[in-house]
Design a protein around this ligand. Structure first.
Ligand SMILES: Nc1ncnc2c1ncn2[C@@H]1O[C@H](COP(=O)(O)OP(=O)(O)OP(=O)(O)O)[C@@H](O)[C@H]1O
Length: 565
């Protein structure tokens, strides 16, 4: 059990950021100092009050008793404790936030790797949940487990050592009781809370995904008459969630009562033990208050123990994402004059039973325009993904000049027009952006926007029509200035006139870069997208079924087989 816990938490304890690690250690030291100062304050106060009372019994001892040193020390401990607590809160919270921010960045980098991003894109609500709730749950690890465990151990050790000076047996007993009660408390509370904590986490995740689905699919649900049923489902989830919250609250209250009982039993136990050791009244008062103060440092562990299962779940889910990202599969450049070269390539998607392309060899010269055709699902997009370096082949070699890919779906972000365009060229000047917009046929739209390049676009390019969004994606591709263009059904979903205009502008932009001899590979089902190609490649049965060169009878037959406008 302990070794499995250690395995799970280990990657999160070895913090890569040295500064955060140092700050967290400083915070733990300050927390321990706060505990020690509290113990010293209570112990010394108890001893001082008892000793002054006893000293006052006779005039000689009353005159000889030094009241100044202990009272100065009490003041020092009181002020020191406040300052140490303030410093501890500042340092540990700052360090924890820095650690969590660094973790989010690492996770985001790992998830933005091609394969991981594709897998996670299927569950966007889950990505959001992991990036927020799971990472947030880790603050328990640092603030409510590591720091209080260190503080509790140091306080128990200090109490044991202090009391050992009065009576070694008493010191040992106090140390053992504190360590034992702290460990049993963490173990019992976390065990009792684990089922409800895990179910609550799953329900919150389900509720979030459900609400996101409900909000984004509202119209469809309304049309299908399913909106009330969906709302009722979410209501039921909410009720179950509330039941688990209640259970956890009960466990927390129970833990508070048990802790209160331990804290209440400790003083009489210490009294009895001290009396049996035969130490004087001031020593008894010191022992009593030191033990009480030390037991106080265990209190924050209750919350940590309650959230331990949630933290462990977060650690298990996030842990694999912290692995170093897979090496890049960006293909190397081919020999001079060649833009793309595939040598006996076999391509299979992760988790797929069969290869989508097998033993495929192909060479595309620089400046060539290739149309990739074939039935839906045959592997056209997969081939483009392989050329773009998004998926690696299982075997064979891929060479390709740097490429820009126009995906089937236009991805536009909730950002300004400038921000959306600069994804392709982050330091492009406004003049370059406007010239790309003009080349893509968006000059009239641009002129009509009062905020120009500062105009905000919604998620997925809301505020633009399908054709305008496609043109914006085209402008972005022009800005990339890559020698190879990989176009995935570039005019799908556009009306004939717009589609022809987009294609004409694409070819114009390509010709303007004539000196660089842009190579174009277009995956297509339509005649208009293939008619300007130099060669039409027909994919089928995991490979190339036929290659038709422009001007050959096969070329015209292949064109005719494609969908008209
Ligand atoms: N990420 C993936 N994981 C597993 N299988 C995938 C993945 N992406 C695509 N496939 C499968 O690979 C095959 C080829 O898909 P691909 O998208 O390359 O076909 P396509 O020829 O471009 O189709 P279309 O013309 O409809 O766009 C399909 O059977 C598809 O289900």
């Amino acid at each position: 059990m302990m070794s499995r816990l250690w395995q799970d938490f280990r990657p999160f304890l070895a913090l890569p950021d040295r500064q955060a690690r140092r700050r967290l250690l400083a915070g733990a030291a300050l927390a321990a100092l706060t505990g020690l100062m509290g113990m010293a304050l209570l112990g010394l106060s108890g001893w001082f009050i008892t000793a002054t009372a006893l000293a006052g019994l006779s005039t000689v001892t009353a005159l000889a008793f030094d009241v100044f040193m202990p009272s100065a020390a009490i003041r020092l401990f009181a002020l020191g404790r406040t300052a140490a607590r303030y410093g501890e809160r500042l340092v540990t919270h700052d360090a924890t936030l820095a650690v969590l921010a660094a973790l989010r960045e690492r996770l985001f980098r790992a998830w933005s790797a091609a394969g991981a991003a594709r897998a996670l894109a299927l569950r966007p609500a889950r990505i959001l949940f992991r990036l927020t709730a799971d990472v947030d749950a880790l603050d328990t690890l640092y603030l409510r487990l590591i720091v209080p465990l260190c503080t509790g151990f140091i306080a128990a050790l200090a109490a044991g050592i202090t009391l050992a000076f009065i009576s070694p047996l008493l010191g040992l007993a106090i140390f053992a009781v504190l360590i034992l009660s702290g460990s049993v408390m963490v173990w019992r509370i976390s065990r009792a809370a684990t089922p409800a904590t895990l179910r609550r986490a799953a329900l919150i995740e389900g509720l979030r995904s459900g609400v996101i689905d409900l909000a984004s699919g509202q119209t469809e649900l309304l049309m299908a008459g399913q909106l009330p049923a969906r709302c009722a489902d979410l209501g039921a989830l909410e009720t179950r969630l509330a039941a688990h919250e209640t259970r956890l609250n009960r466990i927390e209250t129970g833990a508070g009562i048990v802790f209160g009982v331990i804290a209440a039993l400790l003083p009489p136990a210490v009294l009895v033990a001290a009396a049996m050791s035969g130490i004087g009244a001031p020593g008894v008062a010191l022992a009593l208050l030191v033990a009480m103060a030390a037991s106080e440092t265990l209190a924050p562990l209750r919350r940590g123990a309650l959230d331990l299962a949630r933290t462990r779940l977060a650690v298990r889910r996030i842990g694999p994402g912290l692995a170093p990202p897979a090496p890049s599969v960006i293909p190397p450049s081919p020999k001079d004059g060649v833009a793309v070269c595939l040598h006996h390539v076999t391509l299979r998607h992760d988790g797929a039973a069969t290869a989508v392309l097998g033993d495929l060899s192909l060479e595309i010269r620089q400046g060539e325009h290739i149309a990739l055709t074939g039935p839906s699902g045959i592997g056209k997009t997969s081939l483009l993904q392989c050329l773009a370096g998004e998926i690696a082949p299982q075997s064979g070699e891929v060479f390709c000049l740097p490429s820009a890919r126009l995906t089937q779906r236009t991805e536009l972000f909730h950002d300004s027009m400038r921000g959306n365009l600069r994804l392709a060229a982050h330091d492009a000047e406004d003049a370059e952006l406007i010239s790309a917009l003009t080349a893509a046929g968006l000059e009239s739209l641009f002129d009509s926007l009062p905020d120009g390049l500062d105009t905000m676009l919604g998620d997925r390019g809301q505020g633009l029509s399908g054709g305008q969004a496609r043109r914006l994606a085209l402008a972005r591709m022009i800005l990339r200035n890559a020698p190879v263009w990989l176009l995935d059904e570039p005019t799908e979903g556009l009306d004939g006139q717009t589609a022809r205009d987009v294609l004409a502008r694409l070819h114009r932009a390509k010709d303007q870069k004539a000196k660089d001899r842009t190579t174009v590979v277009t995956a297509t089902h339509t005649r208009r997208e293939a008619e300007n190609a130099d060669r039409i490649l027909v994919l089928g049965q995991g490979g190339i079924l036929a290659i038709h060169i422009r001007g050959s009878p096969g070329f015209d037959a292949a064109l005719t087989a494609l969908r008209p406008d």
